[in-house]
Design a protein. Structure first.
Length: 402
């Protein structure tokens, strides 16, 4: 009976004139600047995305009326959580509270609300600077990020695979996030550290600084969703990367995955997957191999690497590759690189690539071959000439590793 009443409440809330269905919503724990008090990071224990848990959104929609609005626009809203917010949420969740208290793996949004109540009981709902430690954030549409909360929400959506890579508007994200010193999961303002350097060092209280960046590391915000995702160096993956649906292995050394980039399935990575690069399942990025991104260097075309490709050690790739391609070690396959392809090999390539144009002179720029399947790129050992031909090698990952 109580649950039927809850369904009626949800339907009534969704019919209100000011109700808008969210793209994403969640409650974040914030970390603030030691000097400025500005928001430095936002950690979401749970992200609701694109139609998920709309009953819980109805609850938070009502509870938002009790909180203090931090920022609001057509695309997003951020509300500071106070005692009244927590009380209203638990009141509306009452039909499910007993079950949630007995089993912490049920009703995840209620578990978040219960943790807020425990923080309230401990007097931890507010930070020492008097600001609300927890904010509720809702995205209504995918527009330019207007807050640290929405920036972190979008990065988490990418890392969890709830939003496909390259599908979200991340404009302005670098301007929103401060460059900070990270010690564990705690960000420190660099100016505050410099101001207090003498006393911190004299007292032995200088934090152990792991790195300095605007972004946290992937493993600081995301628990791998599959047991066979392996990251042997936490510094090598930035928050906002996506590591596929299992079987991903990232070795130490020259390997790296930037934000808004990653692999779509089982993959071996010992090279650099730059921003906006998407790697297909079954591909092997060899040691020191580098795939060009879009953040700098003039490259504006996001690169995709197909399934079952092999990028040899210390190679560079600046064009997209189709499925089953090989780039030999030590060579650069760039948009302007000239490759010679014998006519017989070009005809074989045309057989598996609809619309492939065979050139009478046998010369092709890298951009002519971008996205084509089954091509092997090589440098002729005798002449030094760059050549390409139909790949006859099947790329398979070591099943024992993936």
């Amino acid at each position: 009976m109580m649950q039927e009443k809850f369904k009626t409440f949800v339907a009534r809330t969704q019919s209100l004139p000011d109700y808008k269905e969210p793209l994403g919503f969640g409650i974040a724990r914030l970390e603030f600047g030691q000097k400025s008090g500005a928001t430095l990071s936002a950690t979401y224990p749970l992200l609701n995305w694109k139609g998920e848990n709309l009953g819980s959104y109805a609850v938070f929609f009502e509870a938002m009326q009790c909180g203090e609005i931090i920022s609001e626009s057509e695309s997003e809203k951020v509300v500071a959580i106070n005692q009244e917010f927590v009380a209203k949420a638990l009141e509306l969740y009452e039909p499910f509270l007993a079950e949630s208290l007995n089993n912490k793996n049920t009703h995840k949004n209620i578990q978040v609300a219960l943790e807020l109540n425990r923080a309230l009981a401990r007097g931890e709902l507010f930070a020492p600077n008097g600001k609300a430690r927890y904010h509720f954030c809702v995205l209504y549409q995918d527009s330019k990020c207007a807050s640290v909360e929405s920036a972190y929400m979008k990065l988490l959506a990418l890392s969890l695979g709830k939003a496909p890579l390259r599908s979200l508007n991340l404009d302005g994200i670098f301007g929103l996030l401060q460059n900070v010193a990270w010690s564990g999961n705690t960000p420190y303002e660099l100016e505050w550290l410099r101001d207090n350097e003498i006393e911190l060092k004299m007292r032995g209280e200088l934090p152990n600084i792991d790195f300095v960046d605007k972004f946290p590391r992937y493993l600081m915000q995301v628990l791998p969703q599959y047991d066979n995702i392996r990251l042997l160096d936490s510094a090598k993956t930035r928050f906002g990367a996506y590591l596929g649906s299992g079987g991903y292995t990232q070795m130490p050394g020259a390997s790296y995955v930037n934000f808004n980039a990653g692999a779509l399935g089982a993959c071996m990575n010992e090279g650099r997957i730059s921003s906006s690069v998407v790697v297909g399942e079954g591909s092997d990025i060899g040691g020191g191999a580098s795939i060009l991104g879009v953040l700098s260097g003039g490259n504006s075309e996001p690169i995709s690497i197909g399934k079952n490709c092999l990028l040899g050690v210390n190679s560079s790739t600046g064009i997209s590759l189709g499925d089953g391609c090989i780039v030999d070690g030590g060579i650069a396959v760039l948009a302007g690189t000239i490759f010679a392809i014998e006519r017989a090999e070009a005809e074989k390539i045309a057989q598996i690539n609809e619309g492939f144009n065979i050139h009478d002179n046998g010369l092709y720029k890298g951009r002519d071959l971008s996205g084509k399947n089954g091509i092997h790129f090589r440098q002729d050992a005798k002449s030094g000439k760059m050549i390409a031909f139909r790949s006859n090698r099947k790329i398979e990952l070591n099943q024992a590793l993936h």
